[in-house]
Design a protein around this ligand. Structure first.
Ligand code: AMP
Length: 215
């Protein structure tokens, strides 16, 4: 599959993307995960991105487009990809359209994930992420907790609350989403690529996305 997952922080993009990769070998490409790895490694990209991320602001479009131009040409993308957290702005969507045309890649559709604001806020404050960069499994302390000592059930590394999951950063991320990313649904609706899915239970959402892929 070749799809984009669109939706507010906390709507479930990461969880849905990980489950979809098990379906047909498509790779999850999360710009958030790529940037967090860069910050942890302390490389040049990470140093540039950290201050924006900690505040809950978006990283400049040019940095993101450089990452994605290289990533989409890696061999594992040939089986398909699930874009998670990219594009995030209209300029990124415009640049992506040009890049895909150049690479002769056609998207199946853009899956717009939707959930009520209370559900999103609750998910963001109760989310825990595995600190192991090659795992980054996502948990929820209420309904999908890590082990009792906080360790990841997959790789045993500790799970953590992300730096941008403080109340202040979450509020800023949701405002940034409404201002800069929400207009992307109109952008993709105009070109006939948008399909909206309710994202309350991952199992139901996955089933609906698979149905749409087969249609
Ligand atoms: P996420 O894990 O997708 O919520 O991303 C975490 C943070 O990484 C965001 O709050 C942004 O600071 C940054 N980020 C991730 N993807 C993008 C993107 N496509 N454009 C700009 N900033 C991004």
């Amino acid at each position: 599959m070749k799809i984009i997952l669109l939706g507010a922080p906390g709507v479930g993009k990461g969880t849905i993307a990980k489950l979809l990769t098990e379906f047909d070998g498509s790779v999850q490409i999360s710009t958030g995960d790529i940037l967090r790895s860069a910050v942890k490694e302390g490389n040049a990209l990470g140093k540039k991105a950290k201050e924006y991320m900690d505040r809950g602001d978006l990283v400049p479009d040019s940095l993101i487009m450089d990452i994605m131009e290289a990533r989409l040409q890696e061999p594992d993308c040939q089986n398909g990809f699930i874009l998670d957290g990219f594009p995030r702005t209209i300029p990124q969507a415009e640049e992506l359209a040009k890049l895909l045309a150049r690479l002769k890649i056609k998207l199946d559709f853009v899956a717009n994930l939707d959930a009520p604001r209370e559900v999103i806020l609750d998910r963001l404050t109760t989310r825990r992420t595995c600190c192991n960069l090659s795992c980054q499994a996502i948990y929820n302390i209420k309904n999908n907790p890590p082990k009792e000592d906080g360790a990841c059930r997959l790789c045993n590394h500790q799970t953590i609350q992300r730096d941008d999951e403080t109340e202040e950063a979450i509020t800023n991320r949701l405002e940034t989403y409404n201002l800069k990313t929400a207009p992307l649904s109109g952008f993709y609706e105009k070109v006939g690529l948008l399909k909206t899915f309710l994202s309350l239970s991952a199992k139901d959402t996955i089933a609906e996305i698979k149905k749409a892929l087969k249609a």
